[in-house]
Design a binder for this molecule. Sequence first.
Ligand code: ZN
Ligand code: ZN
Length: 565
Amino acid sequence: MNQTVVPAVSPGTLEIVPLGGLGEFGMNMMAVSWEETTILIDAGVMFPDPDQLGVDLIIPDMTFVEARGSQVKALILTHGHEDHIGAVPHLMPLFEGPVYGTPMTLALLEPKFEEHQLDVADRLKTVGPGDTITIGPFTIEFIRVTHSMPDCVALAITTPVGVVVHTGDFKIDQTPIDGEHFDLHRFAELGRQGVLALFADSTNIDRKGFTGPEIEVIDAFEELFTSTGGKLLVALFSSSIFRMQVLVDLAAQFERKVAFVGRSIVKNAEIAQRLGFLRVPAGIQIRDSDVANYPAQEVLCLATGSQGEPQAALSRIAIDDHRHVRLGEDDVVVLSARAIPGNEKAIARTMSHVARRGADMVTDSMKHVHVSGHGSAEELKLIISLVRPRFFVPIHGEYRQLSQHARVARRVMAGVEPKLQVLLAQDGDIIQFDAKGARIADKAPTGRVLIDVTRIGEVGDEVLRDRRHLAADGIVIAVVAIGRQNGRLIGEPELVARGFVFGEEAEASMFKDAAGVIAECIESSSLEERTDQGLMTEKLRGELRRYFKKRTGRRPLVLPVLMEI
Ligand SMILES: [Zn+2]
Ligand SMILES: [Zn+2]
């Protein structure tokens, strides 16, 4: 897809290439090469903007990996967040080596491999903090860090030209929920021995002070457990295992049952319990189908949907469309997560739906119900001053965050000799380290690939340039006009297809039926659903996909465009 050539590794040179996550939020991935050996660090996804219709996920362009081919010897994972492991299933077929990760990280990958029908169990290698592995010229040590989920590590990679430290995602939580402390000692030791380069998480560089521990949310939740007369429904990321533990413990204390609601949260809670990272006292957990059988004031629901995702549990519950869970007037819904930029509108819509149910809504701007998993400025400074690298490369962030992190690093190291050099790199920059120093030397091909999950394949890149999917199954655009006030269908929906034709007559009859599917879908929806563009678009997309699959056996890319008139 990308025609740019991947340059060969220069002899006697360590080359590090960020393939994602530098200059954007998410899809973190990096390649580290010495002569014939390349190792990869993380392979994450980015979530699309709500206006990127028909796209479920975004992954880094893998041209670089394909070009390196058999030189790619291993994938090393820092932790199990989607922005670090979400693209792993797409990467597995492109190289042959093992995948190293902690038990939690690898466990979170298993269901993804199942979904993608990848039989790769024999390539998964469990490692833990303190472990060291050797891959060609590299020795990789795993170091415990704290973050918003268990079992996260930083990496110290010994290379022929020096030690490279990669922090992964971290904050410095000095009262960790699982009692496993950030290994500050090891960072300090490495700093004393001499570190060539530090690659450090920049996510929260624009927040001053310290981020604060996970236990900080307990006070606000204690208040909510005390004051809530009905159900307490907390929406959170399904990977927020520590937050779940805090809430489960409070539920036990305040004698509420706990129900996990939503596919990904049920799955992750199950994995975390199996590995011993989430401890649920006996007799407390109930199924979502049992929620209605208990008095509301005795129930805590932990649900997906903190970002207003149309298909998630909270969104369904908020419009009274969940199979088991209903909201009542005394219930309180808590958003225990930050809004990922771009999701504000969807979240606001969900809040309005909740308000219509008469339930109360609490967000982190009202009460301290969320604490970030990323270190703020003082924590980032501490790591720099412990590690004392010769070269500093800010990672994980938009360009403004990377450059702010660079400024902070220079200030921290101002009086230290030899002078710190900052390499302000972006995706695709080839960063070279050799006997003479370090520099950004060249550019490797990078980019974004859009993924349509239901099809498990590529849709195309940012501007749908990649036609592979379209060529195979085509695209159908449905333009649907609806009334702004009542959400009713106005006129006939208009359908346009490309690469999905069966002759004029067949197409006309198929589109007539598809228009019927649209009309029926809209009519059978509640007023609240009909007037919610995000929800309606998703619903129409699903219905039309099903219809075309059934009728033709093919899965065109379906893009419903809702116009309010
Ligand atoms: Zn991350
Ligand atoms: Zn993370």
